[in-house]
Ligand binder design. Structure first.
Ligand code: FEO
Ligand code: CA
Ligand code: CA
Ligand code: CA
Length: 593
């Protein structure tokens, strides 16, 4: 058996060969089993998936599209029984609906939206909570689970915290400014120490259409987030997504959503204290003094890294006592200095420039326009901050910066202009205390192919030609403090490889060594990842398989009924390709990695 452990490495699995084909691939000695697919039952009374006859009513009971964040919430402390929580970030209508794409002059044309199609898309967004169990080494879903639920773009939710009820959040349908329907574009997320499910609202700007007059009071606010981008047709059938008809609705999205998964009838809460921006995720850990710290990226070129420190402390003995911790605390944004130090700058009304003279009448205005507040504080514009995860044991925090090809001037924390492959920053909070307002930082790795000198990649020399990656996106720190990274955008046409999951050493002589553990089918992006606490199962999410982009002949954005690149995971002529969550276990039942 080949020697598979690099000296000093925390990982000893045999690396997967990088590449791209119709299937997924996991390291030798492991099984990768599809656990749940788009259209599978989440509720016991869900109909069987029928791709030719989709309805919103069916989709509301079935697993949604484009699984992204995956979390595992153990039931009764078990490692083989719990709730799987999964975000459904967005929809690819051209891959979902049969016969809506025609090719004219070599160009794919998607048929005009219908109300039925829009309603199915809205039902395919949001999240899933489903009970799962491992028996004889294999996981299965339990559609009869009493806590199972689908959350969609129509699920009633409550706005809480400093912006709740504010005039800027009031609409014709909700004069209270506290009741909003649904959540959208939930990318990464989190599970809190008290076992609630966090859904981060990311690219919400894409769901709004219509014109706002240039002198409208929200015009600058919406321009700062690129809204309305009109990527979806929802506003043609639902007035609240048309800013010319309901100008305040966009202020009700872009938040962190908290779901109490133990009660399937609980009303999800949009926690405005954590700010409104394009939230990638919100992973948390309990600090030494019991306060809880949430790390958050704002995924846009030249936007910021944030953290939120609760005012109250976590009570491990009383779950109910933690349920509103996210309504009070301090939101901070990061400034990375050239000398390797950093400061967390508080976004607090009345402090520094965050006053009425600059248009901030209260903390509500600060959180609604968190980006503008952070601009005024002098936060450091970053190369698209994605997932940010703390290692609670040592106070180190890993920041995924996916790429930024529009950067013209490098700086310390964003050291490459035209940064096509991204990088990872490691923050060390002062004293290992996650609540610290100062710390130090260094670049853990600059991503890309180390064999191409001008790329400027900095993986360790022990990293093989399979082991390097670009575009870090979601990540996870496992119970041993080991870092796992999923990628978005390793285009087959440019690199001959697809996205996947990499294990990256962060400590000792192997620091900066990366190995490929799993790769996705063609067209897919890698999401999740999530390790069970005992580290014997790793859940990953395969998002948008067969989505070829526009640049690879034969894998284009065409109907799934002709010339299809992959029909993973079913490989059936009568079944479209389906985004799915995969459970990875070791064949001998041992620890992953
Ligand atoms: Fe939805 Fe930032 O990835
Ligand atoms: Ca992401
Ligand atoms: Ca994560
Ligand atoms: Ca992504």
């Amino acid at each position: 058996h080949a020697q598979t452990r690099v000296a000093g490495s925390a990982f000893d699995f045999a690396e997967v060969t990088a590449g791209v084909d119709q299937d997924h691939h996991v390291a030798e000695g492991y099984d990768a089993d599809v656990l749940i697919r788009w259209g599978d039952k989440v509720l016991a009374d869900a109909p069987e998936f029928d791709p030719e006859n989709q309805t919103a009513e069916a989709q509301e009971k079935q697993f949604g599209y484009n699984n992204d964040y995956v979390g595992f919430i153990p039931l009764d402390g078990a490692d083989d029984h719990g709730l799987l929580v999964v975000n459904h970030e967005y929809t690819n209508e051209e891959l979902m609906f049969p016969g809506i794409v025609t090719i004219a002059d070599g160009e794919a044309v998607v048929a005009e939206a219908t109300e039925d199609r829009v309603n199915i898309e809205m039902a395919a967004h949001g999240g899933t909570v489903i009970e799962i169990r491992k028996e004889a080494g294999k996981w299965r879903t339990i559609p009869e689970g009493t806590m199972n639920r689908r959350i969609t773009a129509n699920t009633p939710m409550q706005l809480t915290g400093p912006a709740a009820g504010h005039a800027r959040l009031q609409t014709a349908a909700d004069p209270s400014g506290t009741e909003v329907l649904g959540t959208i574009n939930n990318c990464a997320g989190g599970v809190t120490p008290w076992g609630t499910y966090i859904m981060a609202e990311e690219n919400f700007h894409g769901y709004f259409l219509g014109e706002l007059p240039a002198d409208h009071p929200e015009a600058a606010n919406y321009e700062r987030v690129g809204l309305p981008a009109a990527n979806y047709d929802w506003g043609r059938f639902h007035d609240r997504f048309d800013v010319s008809k309901e100008s305040n609705e966009p202020n009700r999205f872009g938040w962190i959503v908290e779901v109490d998964v133990m009660d399937p009838n609980s009303v999800p809460k949009k926690r405005t204290a954590l700010g409104r921006f394009k939230h990638e995720g919100a992973e948390s850990a309990v600090a030494k003094d019991g306060r809880v710290v949430f790390y958050m990226g704002d995924d846009e070129r030249f936007d910021y890294v944030y953290k939120f420190v609760t005012a109250g402390t976590y009570n491990p003995d009383d779950r109910a006592a933690n349920m509103d911790l996210l309504d009070e605390g301090t939101l901070y944004v990061a400034r990375f200095d050239e000398d390797g130090s950093m400061e967390w700058l508080p976004l607090v009304h009345g402090e520094g420039p965050l006053t009425a003279e600059n248009g901030f009448e209260s903390q509500a205005d600060i959180v609604i326009e968190a980006r503008r507040a952070a601009d005024l504080l002098g936060a450091t514009p970053m190369d698209r901050p994605e997932d940010v995860e703390p290692n609670p044991e040592n106070g180190h925090v890993y920041v995924m910066l996916t790429n930024n090809t529009r950067r013209t001037e490098a700086d310390g924390a964003n050291p490459r202009a035209e940064n096509a492959f991204g990088h990872i920053i490691e923050i060390v909070e002062d004293g290992g205390d996650l609540t610290a307002t100062r710390g130090t930082w260094e670049i853990l790795v600059q991503c890309g192919d180390p064999s191409i000198a001008e790329v400027g990649a900095t993986f360790s020399t022990a990293t093989t030609e399979n082991g390097w990656f670009g575009m870090p996106d979601n990540c996870a720190v496992d119970a041993d403090g080991r870092l796992w990274i999923s990628t978005d955008g390793n285009s087959p046409s440019e690199t001959g490889r697809t996205d996947g999951l990499w294990a990256l050493d962060t400590e000792g002589e192997a620091r900066g060594t990366s190995k490929l553990f799993y790769r996705v089918p063609v067209g897919a992006e890698m999401c999740g990842p999530c390790m069970t606490p005992d580290m014997t199962t790793l859940f990953v999410a395969v998002q948008h398989p067969a989505d070829g982009g526009d640049d690879w002949e034969g894998f284009g954005r065409i109907s799934h009924y002709e010339d299809l690149s992959t029909r993973w995971p079913d490989f059936r002529d009568d079944m479209p390709t389906r985004p799915s969550v995969v459970a990875i276990t070791k064949q001998d039942g041992g620890r992953i990695g």
